[in-house]
Design a protein around this ligand. Sequence first.
Ligand code: SAH
Length: 390
Amino acid sequence: MTHTPCPLYKKCSGCQLQNLPYEEQLHLKQARLIRLLGRFGHIEEIIPMEDPTHYRNKVQSAFCMKSGRLTAGIYQSATRRIVEVPASMQDGCMLEDPAATRIVQTICALAPSFKLKPYDLVTGRGFLRHVLVRHGFQSGQVMVVLVTAPGDFPSCRSFVNELCRRHPEITTVVWNVNPTSTPLFLGSESKTLFGEGIITDTLCGLTFRISPRSFYQVNPVQTEILYNTARRFARLTGGERLIDAYCGTGTIGLTMASRPGVVGAKEVIGVELNREAVQDARDNARRNGVETAQFYAADAGEFMKELAARGKSADVVVTDPPRAGCSREFLQSLLTLAPKRVVYVSCNPETLARDLGTLTRGGYRVRKIQPVDLFPFTEHCEVVVLMSQT
Ligand code: SAH
């Protein structure tokens, strides 16, 4: 598959593999995985994305002043600069959701007449910091989170009315205050300006609630493939106790739980650090009629340590940690709990290799390694690994 190269490729650096045809990107990822994980066993061929463009359901655009004009673009953490996506690029960034691109363009066009000024990181003056747009691709619902510096929001109501009039697809608008110096950060203070303050979306036949700050995979098409792979690896027969570690809003655990008409785990225990995500997970269980799932707000390592100390057992542990991988404490307690199967979902093959080393030294054997391309055009990739006791 060929694509038109992005004019911002060099400036932006968000798409590290932009210069390669998609087929070659896949070969490169496969070769890197073989290098990093080959010693643990055969690596299945990476599952590609059918149409690898505009896959992101979550877009964050930072505001700035360029040539006396309010504009929005991609925040580049390495240089602390904002790379403007010019309005002439009508489809916007090739990874981002075009619906979000249009909303961001409207905000830029409306802001001056509502006296909204972009926040300046250097001087600390101004108000509008960034906008986060989340789009449920299956539900069609759209959330707009306007992130500002502390202070009054001038003509807030009329601004939101005009934005929603121009974009009837918007189902909720939230105002969030980021008082910190960290760009693209959402503060703890939020106010819903329109709608319910959350959206829902469907994954693997279940409905999930997404709030402004909780984690939700950015590529929903490939996420279904990822979750179905993890589910297949877990080989559930209806009687298992399953731990979903680093569970976010409970998406993996809930798609693996038994529910009317579906054979899955008998009992699901989810653990997650972010309290808001845990609330979403509990709500998601209710929404989908899963009565046998419990979610805890805790550090996954400490939680596992406590389970192990109390002599609890689990048949299957699914773990889906952030890029840093699982903590040592988590892995040690996992070895003590000694589940029959471990399904490791990883977004970073380097920490995955480190953690597989620990688990294989502790007696587990790697049975299957399946990469899934969730992030075309970038160097990132997800990998699902099945381990069982020798
Ligand atoms: N399984 C979920 C989320 C994966 S992202 C999904 O597929 O959507 C990783 C999650 O780990 C995030 O929700 C993050 O908040 C959480 N997390 C990060 N550090 C953690 C820790 N020490 N203990 C528990 N959860 C943690």
